[in-house]
Ligand binder design. Sequence first.
Ligand SMILES: NC(=O)c1ccc[n+]([C@@H]2O[C@H](COP(=O)([O-])OP(=O)(O)OC[C@H]3O[C@@H](n4cnc5c(N)ncnc54)[C@H](O)[C@@H]3O)[C@@H](O)[C@H]2O)c1
Length: 253
Amino acid sequence: MQISGSTAIVTGGASGLGEATVRALHAKGAKVVIFDMNAKGGEAVAAELGENVVFAEVNVTDEASVAAGVAKAVEAFGSLSICVNCAGIATAKKTLGRDGAHELDLFAKTIDINLVGSFNVLRLAAAEMARNEPNEDGERGVIVNTASVAAFDGQKGQAAYAASKGGIAAMSLPVARDLAYNGIRCNAIAPGLFMTPMLEGLGEEVCVELAKDVVFPKRLGKPAEYAQLAAFLVEAPYMNGETVRLDGGIRLP
Ligand SMILES: NC(=O)c1ccc[n+]([C@@H]2O[C@H](COP(=O)([O-])OP(=O)(O)OC[C@H]3O[C@@H](n4cnc5c(N)ncnc54)[C@H](O)[C@@H]3O)[C@@H](O)[C@H]2O)c1
């Protein structure tokens, strides 16, 4: 799918990996709609990048909110052909801790935002993409979801987060199969450790410690490197049904 001239929605586009993706797609000539609940951050990115980027205050877990966001994207730019799902939360809680069992509502909330939210956005985006005229490869749209290396090597305290990301990784293939008839591809990126507000909150000392396990280059990932792979997955017609690790070779202990 050619990025230049296409319209993309990027969830979580107000911050971190999503924001970097908004910038990269915009730089390659896309029209971009930021879906985020962080109105201040999302409006600021849109205002900085100009008329080809608009912000929509969207809660990815809410059906009506996402439907309104998709309608806003089509109203602003005419059609929709790229969907990158970056909205998510990181939760950490042991299954059984000193203070008792993992709260069920925290587990459910993590699954709801990270997994159900991504599916909610991609299904409504796909319904819109299916209306496009296919390009010369028969493509009408492309979806990129965000898993995590926690989908494969989840750590202590990551039962909920790893389960949510495992779901993202697991649905790359069936979603790709479901949408093949419509000419829509679906892939996921499983990032390792990236320097975003999500990780910055842990403090520099913890980040340096985390980077020790990266094989090469021995540092945390840069959000622009996530965006580079997201753009590749959009552009590469033969990439489909896959979850790609982007992690400097790290395997979490
Ligand atoms: N940073 C990392 O090291 C890392 C590693 C692996 C996976 N990931 C995943 O990458 C994605 C982006 O992470 P990030 O580090 O950029 O985090 P971030 O906190 O910088 O950005 C996440 C964005 O999602 C938005 N968001 C949260 N809940 C939402 C909702 N219900 N509706 C709409 N927007 C919502 C937030 O407002 C925020 O702007 C997440 O899914 C995260 O799990 C991050």
